[in-house]
Design a protein around this ligand. Structure first.
Ligand SMILES: Nc1ncnc2c1ncn2[C@@H]1O[C@H](COP(=O)(O)OP(=O)(O)O)[C@@H](O)[C@H]1O
Ligand SMILES: [Mg+2]
Length: 475
């Protein structure tokens, strides 16, 4: 059943296909019998066709023809959709995506082949409600994108996945990329984007879905329940929901109450906290790490306006390493370099000379069209997380304050003691800080703090003690 490749398979010599041939059997047939000589048992599409047309990939598409016969046209449309989505899976990237297809179809098979393009056309008016345009400067992340597509779209039934990682590492961009991939490759899916930056943003996003899906407002019902009910119903058809920035545990609890569980839904969460990722997506989570050096270089090259600066290749490598290949840090540094028209060596000198300079650089705000925040500075991005952690884990905050006073690398666990905290509390605090990617654990009980996070922590601790002093003076 479904789409099966007959040629080329693992044992065949390598070829460069120029066309895809799809054989669809008709009534009372099946994917093998219909194309097999009953006497010689020769299977024409596999035994002869590749000899005549070696540059063709050959597939059969199988379905239960007898069950279709006499049933409703909806059944034929379902098979056409099945054919369509299997073809999309097989032809995801260049050069397959533009390769011609020839259908060889018998009786009812012809109707299914004819129905497949109709199935795409009928999907064109479905909601695609995403607040950002496609990022034309998007680079890399191939493995993560493939993994997410596999988790979310290659298994039937409701699927949840989560991407977690340091603030600014590129989670929202990955989610956005997947949203546009769904638009192009799963045209029968409605796509909705929900912001979980705050309770109000979450509420507003659900109201947006009500409008997009054309749902009637019922004063007696919470709009979030109306949306949930709709997405649980067959009327909604297949849908893909992105719930972005679930960084706060309290908001995660609220979201959990309004998650739809319809069988034809797929949900992708982004969060900074590993614990939130696990609570929302079970084992289907991906830790998004900093970019590779190739990815970060290509991102930096497109972000810098004065292209002649890029001739200083070793300077660029050095800078990207200092920025830990973190996309938001690269975006911030390139905005600073562009605005102040300074060279890469000048920026590096500022960055390295004095910790106060570095703090100022990572605290510098800039306009980022790809983020819906007023303040995009790295330090502010992480300070929000420190504030969130301070609501639930006082020991973790004490640890941050302690680490701000020592060297951030190779910290033995044995020196991480906090007055008044028990060992389990320390262990939990270390888990929290690792879960936010602020700390990483080496083999043995030794920890490293991310070097840019360290600067942000120093800044935060300084600002906090200033605030406390002021409050004490005010009495
Ligand atoms: N793969 C990428 N290609 C190009 N730019 C990226 C990529 N990933 C992130 N960025 C840029 O880096 C910044 C931070 O990314 P974002 O997705 O908002 O991070 P997060 O959601 O993890 O906080 C944004 O300016 C974004 O445009
Ligand atoms: Mg984000």
């Amino acid at each position: 059943m479904g789409l099966d490749i007959l040629y080329p398979t693992a044992g065949d010599p390598p070829t460069t296909p120029t066309v895809d041939l799809i054989l669809i059997h008709g009534l009372h047939g099946d994917a093998i019998k219909s194309w097999t000589n009953p006497e010689t048992k020769a299977f024409w599409p596999r035994d002869f066709l590749p000899l005549d047309i070696p540059q063709a990939r050959v597939f059969t598409f199988g379905y239960d023809a007898d069950a279709v016969f006499g049933s409703t046209t909806a059944n034929i449309v379902d098979h056409a959709k099945d054919l369509l989505s299997s073809l999309v899976d097989e032809r995801e990237e260049e050069p397959e995506i533009t390769r011609p297809i020839i259908f060889i179809a018998h009786s009812l098979g012809g109707i299914i082949a004819k129905q497949a393009p109709v199935a795409t056309v009928s999907c064109h008016n479905l909601p695609f409600s995403v607040p950002f345009p496609k990022n034309l400067d998007f680079v890399g992340r191939d493995v993560v994108l493939k993994d997410l597509q596999r988790i979310l779209f290659h298994t039937p039934g409701l699927q949840h996945a989560a991407v977690f990682g340091l603030g600014g590492v590129g989670k929202t961009q990955v989610a956005l990329r997947i949203a546009y991939w769904v638009k192009d490759n799963r045209p029968d899916h409605s796509v909705f984007w929900v912001s979980a930056l705050s309770h109000a943003a979450f509420e507003q996003s659900y109201c947006g879905i009500m409008n997009e899906a054309g749902l009637q407002r019922d004063d007696a019902e919470d709009p979030k329940q109306t949306v949930r009910r709709h997405l649980n119903s067959d009327k909604a058809g297949p849908w893909f929901l992105i719930i972005d920035n679930v960084d706060d545990q309290d908001i995660a609890y609220t979201i959990n109450n309004y998650l739809p569980h319809g069988e034809s839904g797929r949900i992708l969460f982004t969060t900074r906290a590993k614990t939130v990722a696990i609570s929302l997506a079970g084992s289907n989570y991906i830790n998004l790490l900093e970019m590779s050096s190739t990815e970060s270089k290509s991102f930096f090259k497109s972000a810098i306006h004065q292209k002649e600066l890029l001739e200083n290749e070793s300077g660029v490598d050095d800078l990207l390493q200092h920025l830990t290949h973190l996309p938001l840090a690269i975006r911030q540094a390139s905005a600073y370099i562009n605005e102040n028209e300074i060279g890469i060596a000048d920026y590096l000198q500022l960055f390295n000379n004095d910790p106060r300079n570095r703090a100022e650089l990572i605290g510098s705000n800039f306009l980022d069209k790809t983020r819906k925040r007023e303040d995009n500075a790295l330090s502010i991005t992480w300070h929000l997380s420190f504030d969130q952690i301070s609501k639930t884990d006082a020991t973790a905050i004490r640890l941050l304050e302690f680490i701000a006073c020592i060297e951030p690398k190779a910290i033995p666990r044995s020196i991480l003691a906090v007055k008044g905290s028990t060992d389990p509390q320390i262990l939990r605090a270390l888990g929290t800080l690792c879960g936010y990617s602020f700390l990483s654990k080496r083999d043995g009980d030794v920890y490293d703090m991310h070097s840019l996070v360290y600067t942000a922590v120093e800044l935060w601790v300084g600002e906090r003690s200033d605030r406390e002093t002021q409050e004490m003076l005010r009495g």
